[in-house]
Design a protein around this ligand. Structure first.
Ligand SMILES: [Zn+2]
Length: 273
């Protein structure tokens, strides 16, 4: 599943490729991708709009249009491809937006779990209202996390996976953040001190920045495709490294299940306290 760095990489590329384009056509080949409003209204409203900007909020892509916002969530396998001219449709291209310039943007999704929402200019982006802090939001402080944690006794792993706490980080990056912060994934959130929460924020930012950087580097060889393969995988310390040795202490990395997710940790570097 794409996490924040992958979505950010896609957003930066889309910005270069579609900003300034005017939508003059729409093909929908799998109706369930369109979540709001109903298809006929979606179609009627999107045609004629200009792409003013592309932004990210959490794991959502927001196409800022001249008269509204197109919000897209890639879910498990969603990808965008932008072509300079009309191309034959791939069997997994479910939504095709054509532009007056002749360019086409194909939304491709082998699992068909992705969703698109079209909101009018002054309409609340309801889908985004419950999302937590962006990792670089100055309001994301150790105090703010402690305040949210004080009311709860869930594991730090579940807490960081909760999109209402910090937006955009998923299983892979939470595993890595907890390794860097030397916290056991099952450590209850109300037993963690302020200094550790400050470390969590520091490592969240550092790991995501490095991953975005890797995405940016990886993607330069692509011209029209925005498929993000995630070369950052090579820089992961614990995720998917069960039975390998910890780079810090040489212990064997373990895999357990926390918050219903595959969780990797070094038992020596990340003891339960
Ligand atoms: Zn270790």
């Amino acid at each position: 599943m794409p996490e924040l760095p992958e979505v950010e990489t896609v957003v930066r590329l889309l910005k270069k490729l579609v900003v300034g384009e005017t939508i003059n056509g729409l093909e929908i080949h799998w109706n369930n991708i369109i979540a709001h409003p109903e298809i006929s209204e979606f179609r009627a409203k999107i045609i004629g709009q200009e792409m003013l900007d592309v932004e990210r909020r959490g794991k959502y892509i927001i196409f800022k249009l001249s008269d509204g916002n197109l919000v897209s969530h890639l879910r498990m396998e969603g990808k965008y491809y932008v072509y300079d001219q009309a191309v034959d449709k791939d069997k997994h291209s479910h939504v095709i937006i054509t532009f007056a310039s002749g360019k086409e943007m194909h939304y491709n999704d082998t699992r068909k779990f992705g969703k698109m929402y079209l909101y009018e200019k002054d309409e609340d982006l309801a889908i985004l209202s419950k999302i937590g802090y962006e990792p670089w939001d100055p309001k994301l402080t150790a105090d703010a996390l402690m305040e949210q944690a004080a009311r709860r006794s869930i594991s730090i792993k579940a807490f960081l996976l909760d999109q209402a706490v910090i937006a955009g980080i998923g299983n892979i990056y939470v595993n890595e953040i907890l390794f860097e912060a030397e916290l056991h994934p099952e450590q209850p959130v109300n037993t963690i001190g302020k200094a550790k929460y400050a470390e969590i924020i520091k490592y969240t930012q550092a790991i995501l920045e490095a991953a975005i950087e890797a995405g940016g580097t990886t993607i330069r060889s692509y011209t029209s495709s925005l498929g993000v393969t995630g070369l950052f995988q090579q820089s992961l310390h614990v995720h998917n490294r069960e039975n390998e040795t910890c780079a810090t202490c040489g212990s064997i990395i373990e895999k357990i299940r926390v918050a219903q997710r595959g969780t990797y940790l070094c038992p020596k570097c990340q003891p339960l306290k």
